[in-house]
Design a protein around this ligand. Sequence first.
Ligand code: DAH
Length: 352
Amino acid sequence: MGDLPSHDAILAELERLVPKVEQAIAGAVSTHDLDQVHATYLGRQDGAITKLRKSIGQVADIPTKKLLGAAINEKWNALEEAFRTRTELLHADEERSRIAGEWIDLTIPEEPLSRGTLHPITEVLNAIRQVFGSLGYRFVEGPEVEYDRYNFTFVNMPPDHPSRDTQDTYFIDDTRLLRTQTSSVQVRAMRVYGAPMSAIVIGRCFRRDNDATHAPIFYQAEGICIDTDISLADLKGTLLYFMQSFFGTDRKIRLRPHHFPFTEPSFEIDISCMRCNGSGCSLCRKSGWIEVLGSGMIHPTVLENGGIDPSRYRGFAFGVGLERMAMLKYNIQHIRHLYENDIRFLTPRRDA
Ligand code: DAH
């Protein structure tokens, strides 16, 4: 063993170390730094001042030990106090910047959620419900698998009549078929509700038909309005209101004579072209008018088949294809687009 440490040497070392520790404490910029400084000087095992204190044990006489012990303890306590103060300060700083980093601005607007819309057919369906619901029409349904007689015979299309050829039919057997038109519900509704009555039927129909404007499965809406004093003026007013509600109040309508077996007289309803406003364009084939639906005054035979006395009651009827309405409103070129599940058809759109 070398020389025993002397009283003076220990004190001198203490005087040398203390300002270094004080400087290091002041210079620490984080609690982590500070912990390291603490370990370097006051660490339980290897701290420089810890070792110095241990070296007192080797001093020979007890009074000197005590003196040195007291001197080191005093500095030691002062340094510990300095550590505590500085730790508190740095800790408070660190908390502040942690909180600042975690701060969330709850006033920042959210990323907009991408919203879908209803399918065009559903929108037409809802519009029809809205218009005719507000006019007090009753909503009626009928079966998609229908008897031949309701679909054809009762609406004045007897067996072997050429008018049946216009509706290429899916037959199930001799008496049943997939209904080709919602007109099939006319006589059903008359028999159940009698007159006076106004009713609307919305439902699927089926025909062997497949081109840009026809699909084998499609939607129709059928309206009937029966009372003692119903005239063509009611038909015209009702359909004008319907068309303007759906296509906008700028639209005009015209009645163009036509033939349907179940109405007399019969008309096709045209609306003034929404693209050129009637002046003539490719959409309306230069005519200024676009055909949208069929209508007429209910044929007396049909009223009779429905159990309604045609000498007392009269009525009008109309039938409209929902796909056609949607295609016109949203400028859809091919009917299959409505059924291909193209997601763009369910994203917000503008009217055509
Ligand atoms: N049922 C006809 C069709 O499918 C549409 C129709 C035309 C219905 C005139 C009517 C009407 O009620 O009066 O083509």
